[in-house]
Design a protein around this ligand. Structure first.
Ligand code: UDP
Ligand code: MG
Length: 310
């Protein structure tokens, strides 16, 4: 009998989890001859999340959980879930029902009947989201697809169903800075995308502030593109050429017209501009260096405080 693992990353989701559980239970009734396991990953919640999960576990044997020693972030939770999963097929879902469980049946059929290795989902609308957030997200996807070799699908969710083979491929990428959407594109395989309309979270509130999203976007860029480094090199070359031209102009002008000492304001402007650009380029290099620094430390991606996988 094929087994499907449902991985749910949870950070302070005490209100959402019971609703999620109720909904997923309704939806798996459509599956015949299929076994399920739910792996709840408690990402260091400081509300009652773990107790809510334990409560479910006492009633339902399908429920398993891993609880972190502190908040390690959603990417770490996904990684832990994948490592602990035992299913032939694995899916990743948010606890807030923004990844509609009703799609699961379609996703499963697509893999079984159409020979895909994975099925991803993308929201075609961003209804209910702040306008500025949607706008920045759109710009981000345009930008990262220009500068990166792998393709990031606009509106793609982490909600995917994949075969064991794809899961193992993702697990073989051991990097510390994990940008799951990128890793998923990186491993390749035959992927079909299903579309759905954005839905609001059922309970609780979003854990992603605007600033957190900006940092997450930067993470995606440094993890999957080195174009910014090339850009800063070109910027350097461009300014060297410009300086060279200016030197020529000044030499010729001094020979032809003498050297009246003036131009202090323009000099200050140039110093400001050039040092700004130097700092900017240093910043870009610093981003990559800091990621490399974290990578070479080989710190664990997550630390488990408590788990029950029986
Ligand atoms: N999440 C997590 N660790 C975190 C932040 C979020 O495991 O540090 C989980 C969260 O519980 C939810 C999912 O990731 O199940 C998506 O988070 P959220 O709904 O807050 O993000 P949004 O949908 O607003 O982008
Ligand atoms: Mg959400």
């Amino acid at each position: 009998m094929p087994k499907i693992s449902v991985i749910v990353s949870c950070y302070n989701e005490e209100k959402a989890i019971p609703l999620f559980y109720e909904e997923i239970e309704k939806n798996i009734k459509d599956f015949e001859n299929t076994e399920f396991e739910y792996i709840f990953v408690d990402d260091g919640s400081n509300d009652n999340t773990l107790n809510v999960i334990k409560n479910l576990k006492s009633k339902d044997n399908k429920v398993k959980y891993v609880s972190f020693s502190k908040n390690f972030g959603k990417e770490a939770a996904i990684y832990a879930g994948l490592e602990h999963s035992t299913g032939d097929y694995v899916t990743l879902m948010d606890a807030d029902l923004q990844d509609p469980p009703y799609l699961l049946k379609d996703m499963y059929n697509t893999i079984i009947n159409e020979g895909y290795d994975a099925v991803g989902t993308r929201r075609v609308t961003r209804k209910g989201e702040p306008i500025i957030r949607s706008f920045c997200a759109r710009i981000f996807y345009k930008f990262i697809n220009k500068i990166s070799k792998i393709e990031m699908v606009d509106g793609a969710r982490d909600y995917v169903l994949m075969t064991r083979q794809v899961v193992n491929a993702i697990l073989s990428l051991k990097e510390y800075n994990r940008y799951t959407k990128g890793l998923f594109s990186f491993v390749g395989f035959k992927v079909k995308w299903l579309e759905f309309e954005n839905v609001q979270r059922v309970a609780g509130e979003t854990k992603w502030s605007f600033w957190k999203l900006v940092k997450y976007a930067l993470e995606g860029i440094t993890a999957f593109s080195t174009t910014p480094l090339i850009f800063s090199s070109f910027l350097g070359i461009f300014f060297c050429l410009a300086a060279f031209l200016m030197i020529l102009v000044i030499i010729v002008r001094t020979i032809c017209f003498g050297d009246p000492t003036s131009g202090w304001p323009s000099l200050v402007c140039i110093i400001f501009l050039v040092s700004g650009i130097q700092l900017f380029s240093l910043g870009i290099i610093g981003q990559y260096l800091s990621k490399t620094y974290l990578e070479v430390k080989r710190r664990p991606i997550y630390i488990v405080k408590e788990e029950n996988m029986d």
